[in-house]
Design a protein around this ligand. Sequence first.
Ligand SMILES: [Zn+2]
Length: 190
Amino acid sequence: MIIGKVHPAAGHYGISIESQPNVRYRCPCCHHPTLETRGHFEICELCNWEDDGQDDPYADEVWGGPNYLYSLTQARHNFTDHLNQYDTDDPYCDDDNDATRGAKRRLMAIFDAIENNTDEEVREALWHDALNAEKALRVERNKRFGDRAWFDARGQQWLAYRERKQPGYLARREKSIAIWRARHPRKGDS
Ligand SMILES: [Zn+2]
């Protein structure tokens, strides 16, 4: 496995690098080699950043796409602070608990060892460890997402959080849902 280089001009909206066998790219947020593509809306399993193509030249901008209210700069700061792109009062930060944070730290330690090692054989063995550590992290996360009641409650908390950050959001959301419903009537609607 090698860590692919991204052209310095990367970061323009529309950056697109397809996956190739045994190549990983650094996540623009946490800088760990978690991504198999660039600009293809992969979600980083370490920091949760969704790779919409944003990178250094536009890091301070809030694009409002899959990363919602977060600039890349803010998301990086949050990851450095608590291993997650989201603010600590954002319900999405609940994705993590002690078990997931522990699994993240183990994976990050292996990535650091890969970066600091020049011996190809040692690096390949470390990549093997990294893939296993990624699986372990996924298992911990799936335990959280498998809990439907927790999942629904988090959705409600998220709406309240977004209304606090962007007053009027709920009203705008209701309006667009009403428009959508009117255009897509379901059986039984009168
Ligand atoms: Zn990341």
